[in-house]
Unconditional design. Sequence first.
Length: 221
Amino acid sequence: MSSREVNFDPVARPYRWIEYVTFGPWLARCRTAQLAKMKDARRALVLGDGDGRFLSRLLTANPDVTVDVVDSSAGMLTLLDRRILRSGVQARERICLHHSDALAWEPAGSYDLIVSHFFLDCFFSSQIEQLFDRVVPHAVPGAKWLISEFAVPRNRLTAPIARGIVAFLYRAFGCLTGLSVRALPDYAAALSCRGMSIVHHQQFLFGLLSSEVWTLPPATQ
């Protein structure tokens, strides 16, 4: 996603099964943990949703939202498109697909919801700054940013295990996709510097998975 050499097409079709074999249902649970808090969104930007499992759930839970979907993988977008079409023509008409690197894509309009599930970990810290500079100005006051990510817990017992798992995942996806990132970026500091604050946080698998909702301050009267 963050480099011309990166190609997620080879893992598009088997990704769901790779995910299930390695983490069972936990990644899916992490993605949808905050779904009930997204029902008031009207225009959303979804960055790298993969095969569209979360997007399908969002469209069902929120019948009024329209969504821009950005992904650099044509294979992932094809799977996503097929999944949404199975939900009906009306659901498909509420989304607009953009086959593009998120660092090169130019947002149009404003969003009250931004979503990135296991996406920010594909970028170097400098690229996270670039991405946020491109996207955050298009978030309206009070907008929410829903994030699911891997994390290293502070617990002395579980932290070394989490670091080992994260390192293995980076190596594996580096071999499969060409991804050269090898460390989780500090996206929290970058969001805080841009005026966003975390309002909901839930952890899974002893802190290895993190589900977060960040928000911009509402407009002042």
